[in-house]
Design a protein around this ligand. Structure first.
Ligand code: DGI
Ligand code: FE
Ligand code: FE
Length: 190
């Protein structure tokens, strides 16, 4: 699957606004990949496809999780996280992408996980800081992303957990595990 085919596949699957987000995530991913020595071609492909399943009906995604033996606990943490895990599955099955690193970057782009690869980190972070985003606290994350990939992931995870807790939403365990990776390193430092 080359980039042109990937863009064509997501253009068909996504609404205009989401397709434009995807283009910005791809550009941001490329900048981060160059900065932090990640394979640009793989990172861009993962970014182009990261929200491939965003508009699949929730019922279809839940069915896929059950039938294809994706982790059962996914069903208990809100529908927003499903498109990432199911997306990786559909991208492999429907678009024949077989690079496991690319598929993992798609799979963990929403929740993160412990021990993320740098490829996973740049896609996770680019999705959070692309220029169209305006989350509370995002400036600090953008600033960290200029020089420190782990620090930026740490702050993005912290903000997301704070946001979910404030809304009394459940937090996927792997999001806490990702956060803890960095909290152990950055604790007590600003
Ligand atoms: O698909 P996007 O909108 O580009 O961004 P995304 O894939 O990061 O999804 C963002 C949504 O996912 C947002 O509503 C917060 C939610 N989310 C992120 N991490 C978690 C989460 N929801 C739960 N329940 N648990 C998480 O760990
Ligand atoms: Fe997403
Ligand atoms: Fe996204």
């Amino acid at each position: 699957m080359n980039e042109e085919q990937a863009f064509a596949a997501v253009k068909k699957s996504l609404k205009k606004r989401r397709y434009e987000h995807t283009i910005r995530v791809t550009e941001e991913t490329e900048r981060l990949a160059q900065r932090f020595n990640v394979n640009v071609e793989k990172a861009r492909l993962a970014a182009i496809l990261h929200d491939y399943a965003k508009y699949r009906p929730v019922e279809e995604m839940r069915k896929t999780i059950k039938e294809e033996n994706l982790p059962g606990n996914l069903l208990n943490f809100g529908d927003e996280i499903l498109h990432a895990f199911v997306g990786a599955f559909y991208v492999a099955k429907e678009l024949n992408v077989d690079d496991l690193g690319v598929l993992d970057a798609i799979r963990y782009h929403t929740t993160g996980r412990a021990n993320m690869s740098n490829l996973e980190k740049v896609v996770f972070l680019a999705d959070y800081i692309e220029p169209g985003r305006s989350f509370a606290g995002i400036d600090e994350v953008r600033l960290a992303a200029e020089t420190n990939l782990d620090k930026a992931c740490f702050l993005a995870l912290r903000n997301t957990i704070n946001f979910l807790v404030l809304k009394q939403q459940p937090v996927y365990p792997e999001t806490f595990e990702a956060y803890n990776d960095y909290a152990i390193v950055f604790k007590g430092r600003s």
